[in-house]
Ligand binder design. Structure first.
Ligand code: G4P
Length: 288
């Protein structure tokens, strides 16, 4: 998977912008994808967090394996983070996030007031890799709310804070972290989440890897979605292609199975969750 490289220029710029914003906030809300909460968590945030409290939010919990999500939340809590899982499609879950931030910062805000400072709203920055749900979260909260702090020194107009509750402000644009592709496994998991443009992906390799993984960990999903079960025998991959093409009635091209279409259909099912709930990694991947 050597193709999955990122460009250092993007990384450096993202890092600079993020470090600048971090100075202005009380808490960092770090969104990771519940289906791969380790691979989608960028270690760069550790370097720029500047000791600010962090809430790790595992998004898309409705698409992930419940059992594993529970273990991941416990894992991050055991490392000393605040952590929770959410389904951002359900607006009522947003309050859980905000309430958790309030709890974390209660002492800090109280101390400020005891020192004679005026009560003020909590300021939060939402960060995460592409497609993890940052705009869904911010846009839902920010709709019809007022930008309040465009003229604070250091906070440019393009980076306004939006008051989303009486005591809560968010940057109106999220911090984008580029995925780290150091390990092939991480690159692959991020690709399975749909966080990388499909046009630059080696989709046929990914198809094979995904099939192998699902065959071991979630055979029932393959069975339910494609009536597919297989053993890893010599030409298993060809028979998998043929089978899905047949089950999904994919038209042949000049008498040949349309492999690209099979891959496309499969990844659409993966990306939008129609294949069913699944996770691409469990906590044992960091315990080794
Ligand atoms: P980003 O800003 O971090 O890049 O991510 P964005 O909010 O654009 O979310 C990417 C996609 O993930 C969106 O789907 C969004 O609806 C979906 N999404 C975000 N959080 C959740 C969640 O907790 N559960 C589920 N099931 N989906 C979630 P889309 O198809 O691109 O847009 P839309 O048609 O849903 O608006």
């Amino acid at each position: 998977m050597a193709q999955l490289q990122w460009f250092p220029g993007h990384m450096a710029k993202a890092r600079r912008e993020m470090s600048e914003r971090v100075k202005w906030v009380d808490i960092i809300i770090e969104l990771v994808d519940a289906r791969a909460p380790y691979s989608s968590k960028n270690p760069m945030i550790d370097e720029i967090a500047n000791n600010k409290p962090r809430l790790v939010v595992l998004t898309k919990s409705d698409m992930a394996d419940e059992e594993r999500t529970k273990e991941w939340v416990e894992y991050y809590q055991s490392l000393g983070y605040e952590a929770m899982d959410v389904n951002l499609k359900r607006f009522k879950e947003y309050n859980r996030i905000i309430n958790q931030c309030r709890r974390v910062l209660k002492d800090k805000m109280l101390k400020e007031q005891q020192r004679g400072m005026k009560p003020r709203a909590i300021r939060a920055l939402v960060v995460g890799i592409p497609n993890v749900g940052k705009s869904t979260f911010i846009n839902a909260l920010a709709s019809k709310k007022v930008a309040v702090t465009g003229n604070k020194p250091g906070v440019t107009k393009a980076q306004q804070l939006i008051r989303v509750a009486k005591d809560f402000e968010l940057f109106d644009t999220p911090g984008i972290l580029w995925p780290k592709f150091e390990e092939e496994r991480i690159a692959r998991n991020i690709a399975f989440l749909g966080s990388i443009k499909q046009t630059i992906l080696p989709l046929d390799d990914l198809f094979i890897e995904a099939m192998k993984y699902l065959n071991v960990h979630y055979p029932k999903l393959l069975e339910d979605r494609y009536q597919l079960s297989f053993d890893l025998e010599s030409d298993w991959i060809l028979s998998v292609f043929e089978h899905i093409a047949k089950v999904r009635a994919i038209k042949k091209i000049r008498g040949e199975t349309d492999y690209d279409r099979v891959i496309e259909i499969f990844f659409n099912d993966i990306f939008d969750g129609s294949i069913g709930r699944l996770s691409w990694e469990d906590v044992s991947c960091v315990e080794d």
